[in-house]
Design a protein around this ligand. Structure first.
Ligand code: UDP
Length: 328
């Protein structure tokens, strides 16, 4: 019995593979290495370079490794990029997911865990947002992920498949043991860009909009440490393997941090001031997204350990320093 992790050479996926290997699971990773790196994959896991849309390949892997659960991370994750390349996002996140779900159904893989996103809510009416909020994404990224949630919902009714979709809020930080972190080049995510600025890799940091209806005018996000997010997947795997029914869960802490809060935390961690410049609003950005994650806490018995912006930022900065040395 083994777990197939797609996108296991990427940011969240590589942390997932570490956690599964640490716990003694058999792991097969499928990654096309377009943004991930082979070195980020735990050595105990088997890495196959290939595409999740290749049904012949995924069917062979499932069969050869007796896969009983697929954890699907592979995909594109940048909101602004999805605004300029919507069809690329629908291909990577929707069409290829459909192929993978098709393989799961045909081969009788009983369990599927999917990386979804808080972007499925768009601008939620109620914050903290619950899973039963209206699903009105405002970016192709959010829509591309929501379409996969719908495919899983319908496939699980028609076939012998149970799934968990985890709606990630803003994932950040790095493995506390320093084995992996956010390594994608040309990063656009705030904590990563701020850490790069603190280390001189970028000369300044832009604040995209100060005129939102929030406490300091900048967008509020629920930043969650990558290890806590990975733990929610481990809990979801245990839940599904124990006969749990298909469910969707938010993964966040229930606390909104502003762009300025993040900048202050990075300045504290680095012990310096960043060159911060005002910039216009970024298309596709909701003002505030904060999770109500009561359901994950009660049904999955998820117990996050790192609900602390300073801890998240310190681990991200430590990883950024590691990357600087690694890449010379
Ligand atoms: N942001 C910013 N400057 C940056 C990157 C991001 O002001 O260089 C803001 C962005 O507009 C959003 C928040 O930080 O309000 C989080 O953006 P990120 O790209 O990290 O994640 P997203 O919420 O888009 O998934």
């Amino acid at each position: 019995m083994s777990v197939l992790v797609t996108g296991g050479a990427g940011y969240v996926g590589s942390h997932m593979v570490l956690a599964l290997c640490d716990a003694g699971h058999e792991v097969v990773v499928l990654d096309n290495l377009s943004t991930g790196a082979a070195w980020a994959v735990a050595p105990q896991a088997r890495l196959i370079e290939g595409d999740v849309g290749d049904e012949e390949l995924t069917a062979t892997l499932v069969d050869e490794h007796k896969v009983d659960a697929i954890i699907h991370f592979a995909g594109s994750i940048i909101v602004p990029e999805s605004m300029s390349d919507p069809l690329g996002y629908y291909l990577n996140n929707t069409v290829k997911s459909r192929s993978l779900i098709h393989t799961a159904v045909k081969a009788g893989v009983p369990h599927f865990i999917f990386s979804s996103t808080a972007a499925v809510y768009g601008n939620p009416k109620t914050v903290p947002v619950r899973e039963d909020e209206d699903l009105l994404p405002i970016s192709p990224y959010g829509t591309s992920k929501l379409m996969t949630e719908f495919m899983l919902r319908d496939a699980s009714v028609a076939h012998d498949l149970t799934y968990v979709a985890l709606r990630y809020f803003n994932v950040a930080g790095a493995d506390p043991k320093g084995r992996s972190g956010q390594s994608t080049p040309q990063a656009t995510h705030l904590i990563k860009v701020a850490c790069e600025t603190a280390l001189g890799k970028q000369d300044h940091l832009q604040v995209f909009g100060r005129d939102y209806a929030t406490r300091d005018g900048t967008c509020l996000r629920d930043y969650i440490h990558v290890s806590d997010l990975v733990q929610a997947h481990v809990d979801a795997l245990t839940y599904l393997r124990s006969g749990g029914e298909s469910q969707v869960f938010n993964c966040g802490y229930g606390r909104g941090c502003s762009v300025l809060d993040v900048i202050s935390a990075v300045e504290r961690a680095a012990g310096l001031s960043l060159d911060v410049r005002d910039a216009p609003r970024r298309p596709g950005d909701p003002a505030e997204i904060v999770a109500n994650a009561d359901k994950a806490r009660s049904v999955l018995e998820w117990q996050p350990q790192h609900d602390d912006l300073d801890f998240i930022v310190a681990s991200a900065l430590a990883w950024e320093k590691h990357l600087q040395h690694r890449n010379g």
